[in-house]
Design a protein around this ligand. Structure first.
Ligand code: IVH
Length: 699
């Protein structure tokens, strides 16, 4: 849709329009429309706003003003003409074939024993076979197949009507778009299930969000249900949702068709669906004929809940025979033939006593709620991050509030909401500090950011946090350094800054006490070893804002020495894969600062590797010496790794992205954005695979 260059240009165009007028009203209106459309795309489709609300509103007002003044300038597709229809076009509402009921809950053995007794009374039998399966914590959906084709997918909504999210459901690879249902005699079927997000995918999304300065999503359930409602199916696809189907709510047989054999029991129906390619808990479900065995299984399963790939908040126990289910029927809220056994709550209430403001590595001030200790899922929680001021305002949190705290699985605890009905009028607002709690410097807030920041580079907390980050496992991996040691060395003035790690006065360390010879030797050794870490680890370790591990790798592979970045500008950085204006600006700012350059010089003087190993190994005498290559698209005669190895063997180097440093781009079939970039740049020699072959053979 928009290339990196488009984005860069439009971002700058927006900034320019905010600060000055264009002489020609027609051109100004065109430019405004272009940037507003771009901002809409970023906001609604990418969920990654390019402009602050204030900036967006002023641009919109400018355009409205111009169009009011010169009505001949209005175009049919102007963003001002969309307002009547409403930008946040919702999904259409649809009726479920059968209302989506919820389940009655049980919490202990006694509840289950009671439920079993009622079931046997209702069924009029002594024993009932139960089927037990996980209760997945995601977003419930209903999907319909007509003549074997997925025809509709809807959210639960109010149970009777839901939102039609078919386009998004179609992005979920676990859900077949068609199945051999007609052969099975089924003309229409409605299946219920849960959209879930893999815990590891959830963690990856949050890691990315935090690295980009956004607040993390609360739990996998919210991430799944939020994703299901994203308006752009392509974005949904990227999020890697999964699905588990656990109930057939309705089906119609073809004229004269026999009911498939499996459709007599719940167990059979999920096996049957599974055999047709549907994701069901076929492997996880268990059958029991005595409630004591169900109870035993429930407590065993609760123990292993954290080892599962998806968040599970309980088990569901269902009467297995469909004939019995029909006999037992349902109340207006839930079926009588099924019940949920809920695991111990991972939510609890507590009192919000005060809010501390913590200073992060890059100066971000994070409000942290201090609450009365509360046990949630085997852990005592006393501190809960509130992320930023916007979160506090949105939730309307106040000191003295009773708050609902949730801890989903391994996910960090968060405050769901204040229980406003329990307020007594003595609650006090949370006041954000104007100055840094660590160094007292005035805090700043950028217009497009939610967080306040301390911009004092020498703020002691930031200095310590930067050193901790530098030494951390994913950065320079100075094993024995640890948070406590950094803190202690800093307090004792043994360690004042990152370069100081390589000049520790070991006599003083030994005087400190608590450090045996062995620990000193280990520490010395891990410091020494860190000097040869690859460049990407150093770049990550420097703690440049918005630079996560992946971006650090991209940056490292673009240079042969870190100091090359001293002369890189935003434009050049933006040419690299996945680097946008925000990240590029941050990199330029970092390397422009004299104190950062001084730090890099000191590291170099201590023998820390500043070079890109990959390029360091570059042969200077090969036929391709000094030449840089990048492969894109599919090659037919080589595996990409083999082609790259050929280049390197001949002294050439492989780059990570298209930049002005790139000499040759070898474009296979289906080459995409890299090829476009290279063409635009105009300085790159673009080769077909055949041309590349002749080059290396003729070289
Ligand atoms: S059976 C009539 N089975 O839990 C059948 N529900 O609290 C009703 N859920 O709305 C659903 N895992 O969204 C069923 N294995 C499972 C489930 C499950 C999760 C959800 C479902 C339901 C909610 C009830």
């Amino acid at each position: 849709m928009y290339t990196k260059q488009d984005e860069q240009r439009l971002y700058e165009q927006a900034k320019q329009l905010l600060s000055s007028n264009v002489a020609d009203a027609g051109r100004q209106a065109d430019q405004l429309r272009e940037v507003i459309n771009y901002a809409d795309w970023k906001y609604y489709v990418q969920s990654d706003p390019a402009l602050s609300d204030f900036e967006y509103d002023s641009l919109f007002k400018q355009l409205k003003h111009l169009e009011d003044k010169y009505p001949e300038l209005v175009t049919a597709d102007s963003p001002t003409q969309r307002v009547a229809k409403g930008l946040s076009e919702r999904f259409p509402t649809v009726s479920h074939l059968v209302p989506m009921l919820s389940l009655d809950n049980t919490y202990n053995a006694e509840d289950l024993t009671d439920w079993d007794r009622r079931c046997r009374e209702l069924a009029g039998t002594d024993t009932i076979e139960y089927c037990v399966e996980p209760k997945y914590d995601g977003a419930s959906i209903s999907i319909i197949y007509d003549n074997g084709h997925l025809s509709r997918g809807a959210t639960r909504g109010d149970g009777v009507m839901g939102e039609d999210v078919t386009a998004n459901i179609r992005q979920i690879k676990a859900i077949p778009l068609s199945a051999e249902l007609v052969k099975q005699g089924i003309s229409q079927i409605e299946i219920r299930g849960e959209i879930v997000i893999h815990k590891s995918v959830f963690e990856a999304i949050n890691k990315q969000r935090v690295a980009e300065g956004q607040s993390p999503l609360a739990n996998p359930r919210n991430a799944a249900s939020g994703t299901l409602r994203i308006l752009d199916p392509a974005e949904v696809k990227k999020r890697g949702l999964n699905a588990i189907l656990y109930h057939i709510s309705d089906y119609t047989l073809n004229d004269g068709a026999q009911r498939p054999e499996g459709l007599n029991t719940h167990y059979g129906s999920l096996q049957w669906l599974y055999s047709l390619g549907f994701p069901t808990p076929a492997k996880e479900m268990k059958r029991f004929s005595h409630i004591e065995d169900v109870i035993k299984y429930c407590s065993e399963f609760e123990e292993i809940r954290d080892t599962l790939a998806f968040e599970v908040d309980g088990l569901v126990i269902k009467v297995n025979e469909f004939a019995l289910q029909d006999k037992m029927g349902m109340t207006s809220h839930h079926p009588r033939w099924a019940v949920a056994y809920k695991f111990k709550a991972r939510q609890a209430t507590s009192k919000l006593r005060r809010v501390e403001f913590q200073v992060g590595r890059v100066g971000t001030i994070t409000p942290v709620a201090k609450i009365d200790p509360v046990h949630i899922g085997g852990v005592t929680v006393t501190s809960v991050s509130l992320f930023n001021e916007d979160v506090v305002r949105e939730k309307d949190l106040r000191i003295g509030d009773t708050v609902l705290v949730e801890r989903a699985g391994d996910v960090i605890p968060y405050i769901v909401k204040p229980l406003t009905e329990l307020r007594n009028g003595e609650e006090e607002p949370i006041v954000f500090p104007k100055t840094c709690p660590a160094c007292n410097s005035e805090l700043e807030k950028q217009q497009d950011e939610a967080a306040w920041r301390c911009i004092n580079i020498n703020c002691p907390v930031q200095v310590v946090e930067r050193m901790i980050h530098f030494a951390s496992k994913d950065a320079m991996d100075i094993r024995s350094m640890g948070n406590a040691n950094v803190q202690k060395f800093f307090e004792d003035k043994i360690l004042l800054d990152i370069p100081g790690m390589y000049h520790i006065d070991w006599d003083r360390v030994q005087q400190l006490g608590g450090f045996g010879e062995k620990s000193v030797t280990n520490l010395k050794q891990s410091i020494e070893q860190s000097k040869v870490q690859p460049l990407n680890r150093l770049i990550f370790g420097l703690g440049i804002r918005h630079i996560g591990e992946t971006t650090a790798k991209t940056l490292a592979s673009a240079v042969s020495d870190i100091t090359e970045f001293y002369s890189w500008d935003i434009e050049k950085l933006s040419m690299l894969e996945d680097i946008g204006p925000k990240v590029a600006t941050s990199v330029v700012d970092f390397f422009a600062r004299p104190e950062n350059r001084a730090m890099i010089e000191k590291l170099a003087a201590s023998g820390v590797n500043l070079k890109n190993e990959h390029k360091g190994q570059m042969k200077t005498d090969g036929e391709l010496a000094g030449k840089t290559f990048l492969f894109t698209g599919t090659l037919s005669q080589f595996k990409r790794s083999d082609a790259e190895a050929r280049v390197e063997a001949m002294g050439g180097a492989i780059l990570g992205g298209v930049s002005s440093k790139l000499n040759y781009l070898v474009a296979g079939t289906d080459a995409g954005s890299k090829l476009e970039k290279a063409k635009k740049l105009g300085t790159v020699n673009i080769l077909t695979e055949q041309e590349f072959l002749s080059l290396i053979e003729g070289a």
